[in-house]
Design a protein around this ligand. Sequence first.
Ligand code: ATP
Length: 323
Amino acid sequence: MKTIGVLTSGGDAPGMNAAIRAVVRTGCESGMRVMGIRRGFKGLIAGDMYEMNLRSVSDIIHRGGTMLYSARCQEFNTEEGVDKAVEVCREVGLDGMVVIGGDGSFRGAADLSKKGIPCVGIPGTIDNDISSCDYTIGYDTAMNTIMDMVDRIRDTTESHHRCSVVEVMGRNSGYLALNAGLAIGATCILVPEIKLDIEHYVIERMRRTQKTGKEHFIIIVAEGVEGIGNVDAFASYIEKCTGVESRATILGHVQRGGSPSVRDRVLASEMGNRAVHILINGIGNRIVVSQNDKISDLDIHEALRMKKSIDLDLYRIANEISI
Ligand code: ATP
């Protein structure tokens, strides 16, 4: 392998820059040329790339976002799009590629691998929704951001004896909501994976704690939870049922940004290094994963087939002690 490419794709996540840095430095130190591809698969198809060196990735380990920019690319979902990308790789002489992103990006990486460009994926997504991986890059930082933000909301919620309904990211996955919800002591946590009777779970729980003297409440809702309408409507419903003045806050994109945590920087550095070592051996169609605090790698299709369920015991603990 003489030349490899690196790109970031899908939603950005804090720590992607640390992963790019690890890929570039490991590649250069192993005697390879490393091409940085801008705007994910979109940039690959357009040939938008430049040669990086050890200094190209100086001063980025602490920065959120991605210095290579990210994009979603419809064209790459088609066979013609993938063929175009392969053509560009052949023209530029890219022998392999590191793809930093989520499961959609890995399907793209698998397509490219199948067509003869070995690709290794690195899970960079705040949702932690990669089935084979305990921790994805950006997840820890996002949880800490949510915790900081909700701690602030708690100050004012407590002062006014209110209920705050806080929506956090997670269309299909409740990892952020569950772990951050437990960390901030939310009275109720709603996640897409667990269908609940809202009246019984939220309203009854609030009434029960009111009787023990509790006067302010935090309810964490993952954005993918169905059956409650939007969070404003949900807050009004809670107010109507309990008599507690209720306000909704959507944390939104603040959860994606910011300087990555220690855990994300270390994870990104380990994963970036591992990805290049896999490519050096000429192997593709793999993703780097973190399992039981160890870094390893798996076949992309095998990894994507695995099921990841929410930690029900953690949910039980949250419910048992946040009362
Ligand atoms: P996140 O979930 O964090 O946003 P992601 O990588 O899952 O990250 P997607 O938007 O699903 O984000 O995918 C990113 C890009 O990967 C798509 O825009 C597309 O170019 C490519 N991609 C997605 N699915 C496929 C697929 N089935 N085959 C080929 N390429 C795909």
